[in-house]
Design a protein around this ligand. Sequence first.
Ligand code: NAG
Ligand code: NAG
Length: 380
Amino acid sequence: MRWSLALAQFVAVLVMWIGGASGLQPWEWCPCTSPDMCIPLPAKLQFQVEVLVFDFGGTDYQHYDWSKITAVVIGDRYNRRLLCAAHEHNVRVIMKGDIPAKSLRNHDTIKEWIRQQVYIAKASFFDGIYLEQLQKIKPGTQEYGAMTQLMNETARVFHRAIPGSQVSINVPWSPHCGDGPCYDYVPIARSCDFLFVMTIHMQSEMGDECFAKANAPYDYTYSGLSAYINLGIDSRKLVMGVPWYGSDYRCKHFYEPGRCQLEEVPHKEGVCNFHISKSKPYKDIMQELPKSFTGRYWDDNYKSPYYVYKLTDKYHEVWYDDPESLSLKATIVKKLKLRGIGASFGNFLNYSVNPIAAVQTEDMWNALCPIRKKWNVWNV
Ligand SMILES: *[C@@H]1O[C@H](CO)[C@@H](O)[C@H](O)[C@H]1NC(C)=O
Ligand SMILES: *[C@@H]1O[C@H](CO)[C@@H](O)[C@H](O)[C@H]1NC(C)=O
């Protein structure tokens, strides 16, 4: 069954209303065969390394390598049965929360928003919330201070209502306030479980040279995360994001592989608007690569693979991540002693029974998690 957060929100309000009148409890809506699977994971179940996977619905979750994941972050659309599979494998299910910047201006709306999120989480048996703030917030504004307070209260309310729940927020690849939101990171990191660092697409801040580039070069990933640590944030409060997709650029002028010049679009961050690229899931890249004009090339500077293909009379260059670039990045988790790693999206791998696809998919899961099994830490 297709299920959406908007629907969950509606049900939550309905449940609050009926529940008050009839004593009906939210767990009567448990989608799993065993009601045990609708109990959030216990607080004592903690992992040395967090491995997050983002999911946007459908039935792909049935093929996830649950032995490697510690939490699934679900999107607006999700399959309710994912919860049962996740809990059965001791994996947390985290909902997304997106508060509109304008609601941050009023403390009552903030409190009401938190109350609603906790209610949705409890009624849907989730194990936490991942905040996603897509609008820009500038230092010195009212929203900037309110965001710090929102995180503090969200974490406090969730941790009390759902013991062991996970409260996190996504932050730009580097703390300097560029292309994306920016917050008062130090107190925010202190109050929540971790910051999810979007070391996923950083081309727009890699200089003005208008050529196709890697999404997430190793050095930028390393320096962005280090910059958070240099602010005084505990490295155990940082989770590194990795993409399971690539960027497809149409070249205005193609000189040679690795030199694909792009159309210049005036943009507030520079002349080159990298958003003109198209995201391409890893499973599609694997289909396209063997038919490409170049085959797989490796850029040693960015530590990323790429290839070139031709569509009608235009050259396209695709930069992506594969098991080689991802396992290199996964070593950063160990080097900087981070809390973990997270991939978007779980749905971007090919889960068909085809043996070639199966090997490619397994290699991606292995690259994410160099340690073969997750390491449980029971604080009993
Ligand atoms: C959250 O806010 C309260 C009240 O302003 C403060 O006392 C507390 O230290 C904050 N918690 C964290 C973890 O920053
Ligand atoms: C999965 O891989 C197989 C073999 O390469 C291919 O035939 C199939 O179309 C792929 N499926 C998807 C959804 O990409």
